[in-house]
Ligand binder design. Structure first.
Ligand code: PRP
Length: 208
């Protein structure tokens, strides 16, 4: 099984509750997704590897540290886009590699439509970004792509998960830690997380 990290930070729980609220408008929804991404990124990066370095302060030399790994963000289009800016607030020099996957409304199976990854991997660690881990099909397909690309270390960062999605991702990729703000009760008959927050893509982009 994957390691599953559910944030217990009070700010995460407060903002997630606002995000769920049906009366939260698109602008406020996008702002909250940005803030939650930043907070969850802080937690999800607590085990990044460091190299020792020296820095010159106005008073002289100081021992310090520098992040070692080259990091890639992999937002799953389109709802994952909303998580990019919050994460980049903390990690400004990362590479962003978009993967286009939508979920077929009938079968709930992931359908890939965009992938411009170069032949050889250019990052050592990837953060897969998608607000919703529902059946887990989109996340599993994305991790499959990244492993095939040659990335050795992958983490999933999302907002809400269903138990079914955790099980699916974790059984297919037990080496991929899962970071979310909450695990909800279940999926309903049309594959939506309940109680959830509705459709994260539609609520961010005003298309619902
Ligand atoms: C949603 C969500 C995930 C996926 C989760 O995207 O953003 O990508 O469904 O479902 P799964 O875990 O069952 O695969 P959607 O297909 O609605 O596309 P969108 O982001 O373009 O709105």
């Amino acid at each position: 099984m994957s390691q599953v990290f559910v944030s217990s930070h009070p700010l995460v729980q407060h903002k997630l509750t606002m995000l769920r609220d049906v009366d939260t408008d698109h602008r406020a929804f996008r702002d909250l997704v940005y803030e939650l991404a930043l907070l969850l990124c802080y937690e999800a990066t607590q085990d990044l590897t460091l190299n020792e370095t020296t820095v010159q302060t106005p008073m002289g030399a100081a021992e310090g540290y520098k992040a070692k790994e080259t990091i890639g963000l992999v937002p799953i289009l389109r709802a994952g886009l909303g998580l990019v800016d919050g994460v980049m607030e903390l990690l400004p020099n990362v590479q962003v590699w978009h993967i286009g996957i939508y979920r077929d409304e009938e079968t709930l199976r992931p359908v890939q439509y965009y992938n411009k990854l170069p032949t050889d991997p250019t990052v050592q660690i990837c953060l897969v970004l998608d607000p919703m881990l529902a059946t887990g099909g989109s996340a599993v397909a994305t991790v499959d792509i990244l492993k095939q690309w040659g990335v050795k270390r992958i983490k999933y960062l999302g907002l809400l998960a269903a138990p079914e999605g955790i099980e699916h991702l974790s059984s297919n990729h037990p080496d991929v830690p899962i970071h979310v703000a909450a695990i909800d009760e279940k999926l309903n008959e049309i594959g939506f997380i309940v109680p959830g927050l509705g459709d994260a893509g539609d609520r961010q982009f005003g298309t619902g």
